[in-house]
Design a protein around this ligand. Structure first.
Ligand SMILES: [Mg+2]
Length: 203
């Protein structure tokens, strides 16, 4: 029986769509795709998730490495403009509230940057519905590295057999499954209520 539901944040509860976000600055799709590859999908960004760098430090590294992208980098990073793309996915936030009412233990397992997590915590009260969670920057490891899943299970004494993990990346679900958790691969057109009901979750 499922007692615990574990949520990813990015593109499950909170939008993270850098390409769409960049369209307000340029309509050059090649420029956008190149920027996404070199910035929010780069190793440096993963180091942000790991808490190894501050956003300011990463911004400086990117500027030095890609001077030709200076203008777009400034538009993206200045006053943390990029964090504006971190908007709630309301239909899933509603599900989260219903799961809370129905008595499920709710946890976060997310690769997220410290400054961005502080930002979303300060503006979205739904994050207080969680009973706990592990965010990558706190532990220096990111999904799909198995350690972060183990930390979550151990820290809250969760039984993987009674836990259901929701993430939008298949590769991230694999370690969860290997550790004995049930999983849902969430996509924008997924009916999450229906998927949860397949595991006999009351929703
Ligand atoms: Mg995600």
């Amino acid at each position: 029986m499922i007692k615990t539901i574990i949520f990813d944040l990015g593109n499950v509860l909170i939008n993270f769509k850098p390409a769409e976000f960049l369209m307000q600055f340029t309509d050059n799709i090649f420029e956008i795709n190149d920027f996404v590859k070199k910035v929010p999908k780069s190793k440096i960004w993963f180091d942000l998730d790991r808490g190894k760098l501050t956003v300011k430090e990463a911004y400086e590294i990117f500027l030095k490495r890609y001077p030709e992208k200076g203008e777009l980098l400034n538009l993206f990073f200045k006053e943390n403009k990029w964090m504006e793309m971190l908007t709630p996915i309301q239909k899933n936030v509603d599900i989260l509230r219903d799961l809370k009412i129905n008595g499920y233990g709710l946890y976060i397992l997310s690769s997220f940057i410290e400054e961005a997590f502080s930002y979303v915590q300060s503006i979205y009260e739904f994050l207080s519905l969680f009973d706990g969670g592990v965010i990558s920057y706190q532990v220096g490891t990111i999904k799909p590295e198995k350690t972060i899943y183990r930390i979550l299970l151990q820290q809250y004494n969760l039984n993987p057999e009674e836990s259901l993990f929701i993430d939008d990346h298949k590769v991230i679900l694999k370690p969860a499954r290997q550790l004995g958790m049930k999983v849902i691969h969430y996509q924008p057109d997924t009916d999450l209520r229906e998927e949860l009901r397949k595991f006999s979750v009351k929703i």
